[in-house]
Ligand binder design. Structure first.
Ligand code: ADP
Length: 640
């Protein structure tokens, strides 16, 4: 009941249509039920009495009733559609707005595929059920009641026929529904699985192609679709019995009525006109019954969808700005005090374990660590994308939880590993960083991020259209645009989460130089797999299994930190850009047949292990030397 209330509270400006639709339905039903009655009069007073004047008169009355019923019925359909489509629009809108308030951990709870299904398929289910319910749930019961009353009024004894038919039909329909509804419940669960699998496949299509997994994916999809097909066929076959049962009831009634009616007419207890009216009403009664069962099925099916929508609407965002929030981040200093964190949806183990460290405002800090050591989680806590489970994180000397979240996130710019561009021009994308940025400011940011040289080569320069997801720029170009976008925020803290992985070493170095010159007071955190990215860093933080393994200058780390020294030597020995972890290194994109390190992140994100080491985009690497370096590191890790 609560769910229905919550769904209807989204009707908003469509309340008027929601009221008008059943009102117009009511009017059209009233006219429709009058028609068999008028027909009876026409037969008795006109045809039986041989009075042509009466035939014409009642014929015109019938025509007017039918015409008005048609117009009013059509209008009720229009209002019904407007109300249902309006409700769906508002529901989608409300869900979308709610999702914008979600923290990462709220999104983790539902999963991206789950949220998409809840905003599309589930809303469509509710829309269809509402549209059907609005018209038929008014029409069917009223037609049923009025037709039954008319039957009793015309001939109480003849009405026994429909009572018997209704009991039999009701029992049969109930039996069918009883078996069908649980089947439909399962059908919609399968829909969720199917949607999730399609979304996963389409998102990771390049990975599927890289691993020649098309046949496997086809089979996986065919199995899921096959299961859905079987369930649907079983449910629909059961439901198909509705029709023959209905027909049996209708023809049974016609035969019984003809038999008993003829006798009643011969005995003078019924007129021919009354019998004709009875035929009409009995049809109405049985049809209404059938429609009611259909509405019942539809409403039950959509109840699951309505619940899923309400779950999203009722989800409390777990990261919100406090009252009297601090509205300015004074500087870019960062402090972790015994900060621990574990993911709600994870294994429950601590991803970060009692981290304590201090970073000065304006310092440039490199962050290094094996995959899964908690680097991305570490930086996510700084812009409060997640809240710590224990301890605290401070930016500019204040707890991040004390800031207005928008103020904090404006001050802490993060260029994520999985960076995304949106459809629109390059300038539009850059202005995500600062909507008021002038063209000149955008160009300056692109120069700092070394993005200007490739933008200048594009046909429309800064006005070049970016396709959805940024598919018409390379991985490295996308990364540079995202860095420029973050720079436009003029942040207190700039975090690059492995976001120069697809950029060659020389460009990487010039980006770092530009940072040092153009944003000297901004604290810079640079997560990278390659030690060469740390050239401009004041200090380097080494994370291992969610703990600080070491934190100091490069010279100190080379002295004291085994992990750093091993990686440093492995990468320098290879004389190339051998990566810290081969799984996140790079891969050859089968579509372009070119090496694309960003594609490697995609593979890693899809949970696929890439065999073989990386070959950098511009700096040509010696694959054999890299393999040796990496296996060297691995053996050392294993203590061999
Ligand atoms: P890194 O950036 O060093 O590769 P992450 O911070 O991404 O490491 O991940 C640290 C650990 O947390 C990993 O074991 C990973 O599986 C887990 N993890 C990361 N993101 C999530 C998430 N959204 N939900 C549950 N576990 C996660």
């Amino acid at each position: 009941m609560d769910t229905i209330g919550k769904i209807f509270s989204q009707l908003g400006e469509y309340r008027k249509q929601t009221l008008l639709a059943p009102l117009f339905t009511l009017a059209s039903v009233a006219l429709e039920v009058a028609i068999p009655f008028v027909m009876g009069i026409l037969i008795d007073r006109g045809i039986s009495a041989g009075d042509m004047g009466q035939v014409v008169l009642w014929g015109i009355v019938m025509l007017v009733c039918a015409a008005v019923a048609l117009v009013v019925g059509a209008l009720s359909g229009v209002f019904g559609s407007e109300a249902a489509v309006g409700l769906a629009t508002n529901l989608r809108d409300a869900e979308f707005k709610k999702v914008q308030t979600f923290s990462f951990s709220n999104i983790d709870k539902f999963s991206t595929a789950g949220l998409v299904t809840r905003m599309t398929t589930d809303v469509t289910n509710v829309q269809n059920a509402f549209q059907m319910g609005l018209i038929i749930a008014t029409r069917a019961p009223i037609t049923l009641i009025v037709s039954m009353a008319m039957c009793v009024f015309l001939s109480p004894s003849m009405s026994l026929v429909f009572v018997v038919a209704m009991v039999l039909l009701g029992a049969a329909l109930f039996g069918i529904m009883f078996h069908t509804l649980p089947m439909f419940g399962k059908v919609f669960e399968r829909y969720d699985d199917l949607n999730a699998s399609v979304q996963e496949n389409v998102n990771a299509i390049r990975v599927v192609k890289a691993f020649v997994r098309e046949r496997f994916e086809n089979k996986k999809f065919a199995n899921a679709a096959g299961e859905l097909h079987d369930l649907f066929v079983a449910a629909e076959s059961m439901l198909a019995w509705n029709n023959p049962v209905m027909m049996c009831a209708i023809y049974g009634c016609i035969i019984a009525l003809s038999w008993f009616g003829t006798h009643a007419i011969m005995n003078g207890n019924l007129t021919t006109g009354e019998l004709t009216s009875l035929f009409g009403y009995i049809m109405n009664i049985l049809m209404s019954l059938m429609m009611l069962t259909m509405v019942f099925v539809m409403l039950t099916i959509s109840a699951a969808s309505a619940n899923r929508i309400v779950e999203v609407l009722e989800e409390e965002p777990d990261i919100v700005s406090p009252e009297n929030a601090i509205m300015e981040v004074p500087n870019g200093s960062i402090d972790f005090e015994n900060a621990s964190f574990s993911y709600r949806t994870g294994t429950g183990e601590s991803t970060l374990d009692s981290l304590s460290l201090h970073i000065e405002s304006g310092e440039t800090v490199g962050v290094l660590g094996p995959t899964g050591s908690g680097k991305s989680t570490f930086v996510a806590l700084i812009s409060r994308l997640y809240d710590v489970s224990a301890g605290k994180v401070e930016v500019g000397g204040n707890d991040v939880r004390a800031y207005d979240t928008e103020v904090l996130r404006d001050a802490v710019a993060v260029v994520l590993q999985q960076n995304t561009l949106f459809s629109g021009t390059i300038l539009d994308n850059l202005r995500w960083g600062n909507e008021h940025a002038t063209r000149e400011e955008c160009i300056a940011a692109c120069q700092a991020a070394c993005a200007d040289e490739f933008i200048d080569r594009m046909p429309d320069g800064y006005d070049t259209q970016i396709e959805q997801g940024g598919t018409n720029v390379s991985g490295g170009q996308r990364q540079r645009l995202c860095i420029a976008r973050a720079l436009l925020k003029r942040p207190r803290v700039l975090i690059l989460d492995d976001s120069t992985s697809a950029v060659d070493t020389a460009t990487d170095a010039s980006i770092q130089r530009a940072f040092a010159e153009q944003i000297p007071s901004t604290t810079k955190l640079i997560i990278s797999q390659r030690v060469s990215s740390f050239g401009a860093c004041d200090r380097i933080l080494v994370l291992d299994a969610g703990r600080v393994a070491a934190f100091g200058t490069e010279a100190e780390l080379l002295e004291t930190c085994d992990i750093y020294r091993d990686v440093y030597e492995a990468q320098n020995k290879a004389g190339s850009e051998a990566d810290f972890d081969p799984l996140e290194g790079g891969a050859v994109d089968p579509l372009s047949q070119r090496y694309d390190p960003a594609f490697a992140s995609e593979l890693a994100a899809a949970g696929v292990a890439v065999a073989g080491a990386a070959a950098a985009d511009a700096a040509v690497a010696d694959a054999a030397a890299q393999d040796a370096a990496v296996s060297d590191y691995r053996s050392q890790e294993r203590g061999e």
